[in-house]
Design a protein around this ligand. Structure first.
Ligand SMILES: *Cc1c(COP(=O)(O)O)cnc(C)c1O
Length: 345
């Protein structure tokens, strides 16, 4: 058994949210209509399949994003990994991919993390980002589900998602593009959702914004989310986030923040439509996601004007939520909800 405390010779302080190749990845395959074959660890590296692979031609693919942490207790933990397993199965079903059973998903994730434990940053220096993907890998010419599938889990040590660290974000509300339609696929982590967000994201970044905020496609009266993070507003002691109506991704961080807010900070919580007016007049605004954790929003620009939120600083509730969530994940804070999943050594 490998020593779980040994570390790679990596400059942990300069980690960003980018890919660092590691030792190994997990790979399993499945033929349409059959069970998944048992998977195994293979060296991390390129894979090959037909140019006619379903995922390459018709986007038949889903992914997940989760993190492993080296905690203050000097052990390695995952955060609510069963939530990702269940969500992945739901995404898979939506695009006719045979779902990976929860136990298989969790075993795969744990085995990759263990085999690459020396790539997990030291306590407080970042985390090991885990990327499970499930793809239609077999060849298919007409538009139809692929004849075979591949489930891969790879990992990469990462630092902060936004280069600015926890500096407040400046977001642009876009009504040039929508991310997800009613009854579409926005509520699932399906690869095609992200291809279509690249151009609006690029436009926002070129104009000096950190990201775009999407409005609901039906009538553009309500905010939905940021390209890969959920959004929250605080007004007085009420914390509100758009309700999950099918076009918003049900974030694990979103659900966790709602629970901490209600049970630990005694805030009232609401899940409902949130108008642009309410967003611009909030006391605090922040976004949540595995990659961004809890990141404050300090300025929001519409087609007409820019509005500063909380003097462009991280507000007190945003700070508390961020610290409690990170504290639970890194075990500097007790875990009152049983969210932490230690890797048994
Ligand atoms: C993954 C994702 C999120 C955040 O979900 P978490 O489970 O908190 O990481 C939010 N919005 C979109 C569009 C996403 O893809």
């Amino acid at each position: 058994m490998k020593d779980m405390n040994s570390l790679q010779n990596i400059d942990w302080d300069s980690l960003t949210f980018s890919l660092t190749p590691t030792r190994s990845m997990y790979m399993a395959t499945c033929n349409a209509g059959e069970e998944w074959d048992p998977g195994k660890l293979v060296p991390f590296g390129d894979i090959s399949f037909s140019p006619a692979a379903g995922v390459l031609n018709y986007g038949q693919g889903v992914f997940e994003g989760m993190k492993a942490f080296r905690t203050v207790k000097d052990r390695i933990v995952l955060f609510r990994p069963e939530k990702n397993a269940v969500r992945a199965a739901g995404s898979a079903q939506r695009v006719c991919i045979p779902p990976v059973p929860t136990e298989m998903f969790l075993d795969a994730v744990k085995s990759v993390v263990k085999d690459n434990a020396d790539y997990i940053p030291p306590f407080g220096k970042g985390s090991l980002y885990i990327r499970p993907v499930i793809w239609g890998s077999g060849p298919i010419l007409g538009v139809a589900p692929a004849p075979s599938y591949m489930f891969l889990v790879y990992v990469s040590p990462v630092g902060p998602y936004f280069k600015s660290g926890v500096k407040s974000l400046h977001l642009k509300i876009t009504n040039q593009y929508h991310r997800a339609a009613p009854k579409g696929t926005g509520g699932h982590k399906i690869v095609g959702n992200y291809a279509v967000s690249l151009y609006p994201q690029q436009l926002a970044k070129k104009s000096g914004f950190d990201e775009a905020i999407y409005l609901n496609a039906a009538d553009e009266r309500f905010i939905e989310e940021v390209g890969s993070a959920n959004i929250f507003i605080l007004k007085d002691d009420v914390l509100t986030t758009p309700s999950l109506d099918g076009s918003i991704l049900p974030g694990v961080t979103r659900a966790s923040v709602l629970k901490i807010a209600r049970e630990k900070l005694n805030l009232q919580i609401r899940q409902r439509n949130v108008s642009v007016h309410e967003l611009l007049n909030a006391d605090e605004v922040f976004c949540t996601g595995t990659a961004v954790v809890v990141t404050p929003v300090g300025m929001i620009t519409t087609n007409l004007h820019s509005q500063t939120i909380n003097n462009n600083e991280m507000g007190p509730i945003t700070t508390q939520l961020r610290e409690m969530l990170l504290g639970i994940q890194q075990e500097t804070h007790e875990d009152p909800f049983g969210w932490i999943c230690p890797l048994d050594e």
